[in-house]
Structures are given as C-alpha cells and as structure tokens.
Ligand binder design. Structure first.
Ligand SMILES: Nc1ncnc2c1ncn2[C@@H]1O[C@H](COP(=O)(O)OP(=O)(O)OP(=O)(O)O)[C@@H](O)[C@H]1O
Ligand SMILES: [Mg+2]
Length: 122
C-alpha cells in the first residue's frame, strides 16, 4: 500500500476529486496546510511597512491506495495541478504498513477504496 501525499493549489482539488471519484477512488483526505518551497518569501507592503510572507497556504491531499493504483492517482494529480508556474506543489509517495476499517475490524488492501454502501454518509 502507498500513501500519496500532495501539496496542491486549492483550485486543483475539485477537478482531482471528481476524476478520482470517476475512476473508482472515492476515499481521500484533505487538510489546510501552510508551507514553503524553494523560493524565498514574498515581500508585501502594508501601510508603509514591509512584511515578508515566508509560508503560503496549500491544500494537503492524502490518498492511500494499493501499489498498483499509485501511478493512476499520481497522474491524475499531476494533470490537474500543473500550471507551469512556481508553487504548483509537490507530491510525495510513502509506504503504508497497515489499513484497518474500524467498523468491521477488517484489515489490508480490501479496506482501502471498497465502499459497501456508497450512499451512506462519509
Ligand atoms: N520538501 C518538502 N517537505 C515538505 N513539504 C514540502 C516540501 N516541498 C514542498 N513542500 C510543500 O509543498 C508546497 C508547495 O511547494 P512548491 O510548489 O513551492 O515547491 P518548490 O520546490 O518550491 O517548486 P516550485 O519551484 O515549482 O515552486 C510548500 O508550500 C510546502 O507546503
Ligand atoms: Mg515554490
């Protein structure tokens, strides 16, 4: 199992979510992140004083999938998040040791993306 952890622009999330759902990957997490890449801070001016903004807001998207699905998810993220401008974000791929569905206690790959009742609330 792999976790794909992507720092993306907020605008990229909705098309990524829609395509992942369409391709059979409804399960994911997002959170607000702040971070910095390799550029130096951006200098902003406010009422005569200058302020250097060293961290920028990004969305962190996390998707855990079977090894065989890693490329599909990575490609989907790349497709919708690349504008070619600095700050497009970054994708990390991490190994995942275990996944457990709390409700049933079942473990391993079958719990990752299979939904018994797609109509039930998340
Ligand atoms: N090595 C890293 N470790 C943890 N988080 C990172 C790392 N690199 C980037 N990030 C996260 O990704 C966000 C976006 O990074 P960003 O796209 O600016 O990367 P970059 O390497 O500067 O590439 P670019 O030159 O395209 O801007 C950062 O704000 C930070 O939240
Ligand atoms: Mg950058």
């Amino acid at each position: 199992m792999k976790k794909i952890e992507a720092f993306i622009r907020h605008e990229a999330f909705e098309p990524i979510r829609a395509e992942l759902l369409d391709k059979g990957f409804p399960s994911l997490s997002i959170s607000e992140a702040k971070g910095s890449g390799r550029q130096k801070g951006i200098v902003e001016r406010y009422r005569g004083s200058t302020l250097t903004v060293n961290v920028r807001p990004k969305l962190k998207l996390e998707v855990v999938v079977e090894d065989k699905d890693k490329s599909l998810v990575v490609e989907t993220i790349l497709k919708h998040s690349r504008t070619g401008e600095v700050g497009d974000g970054k994708i990390f791929v991490l190994p995942v040791e275990e996944a457990i569905r709390i409700r049933t206690g079942e473990a391993g790959e079958p719990v990752l993306q299979a939904h018994e009742d797609p109509e039930a609330p998340a």
